[in-house]
Design a protein around this ligand. Structure first.
Ligand code: 5GP
Length: 190
């Protein structure tokens, strides 16, 4: 084996977006079963939801601290979603890529397109629901949000859906196992 082959291959960024209720979080959880995949824990100023753990799901942060981090260049991208700030910390991403991992970012369309426009190399995947009636049903069934919040999320979803062609790949989440398999192949895990 040559010295070159023996060195660790640099990792790959896998950027996943999709409307709420598209099942993208479930897909990400399945992808994370693979030890070669590492989740990018974002910082956010929104309050934790029941069951969410600080440092695992998000770094829950005050607005002041978040703004300091922006000023320090701590984020590779950041965006405002429904009045809350979300950002992808830069340092853990650089470390994971050095270690040859697949670094999974579950971020909104604004953030993903910022990275793409900056020329950040990665595989950009949009998870699409099979149809919007189905998406509405999933959001209502989830029962985590009030009806006006659901309406707002659906409007954002429709706006995001229009941007899907700017991604490298659109994966339709018609069947979970199939969709996960497709994403795994796109980043060379299978
Ligand atoms: P939620 O509050 O429901 O967890 O997330 C709201 C939206 O923010 C989702 O579309 C989620 O993918 C996105 N999001 C989470 N973390 C980040 C981030 O670091 N940057 C950006 N741009 N969006 C994020």
């Amino acid at each position: 084996m040559t010295e070159r082959q023996a060195t660790v291959k640099p990792g790959k960024m896998l950027v996943i977006s999709g409307p709420s209720g598209s099942g993208k979080t479930t897909i990400c959880k399945q992808l994370l079963q693979d030890p070669r995949v590492q989740f990018s824990v974002s910082a956010t100023t929104r309050a934790p939801r029941p069951g969410e753990v600080d440092g695992r799901d998000y770094h829950f942060t005050s607005k002041e601290r978040f703004r300091e981090m922006i000023a320090q260049g701590a984020f590779i991208e950041h965006a405002e979603v429904f009045g809350n700030l979300y950002g992808t910390p830069r340092a853990p991403m650089e470390e994971a890529l050095k270690q040859g991992r697949v670094y999974l970012l579950e971020i909104d369309v604004q953030g993903a397109l910022q990275l793409k426009e900056l020329g950040v190399p990665g595989v950009y995947v949009f998870i699409a629901p099979p149809d919007f009636d189905e998406l509405r049903r999933r959001l209502v069934d989830r029962r985590t949000d009030a009806p006006d919040v659901i309406e707002r999320r659906l409007r954002k979803s429709e706006d995001e859906f229009r941007e899907r062609h700017r991604y490298d790949h659109i994966v339709i989440n018609d069947e979970l196992g199939r969709a996960v398999g497709e994403v795994r192949r796109l980043v060379g895990l299978d």
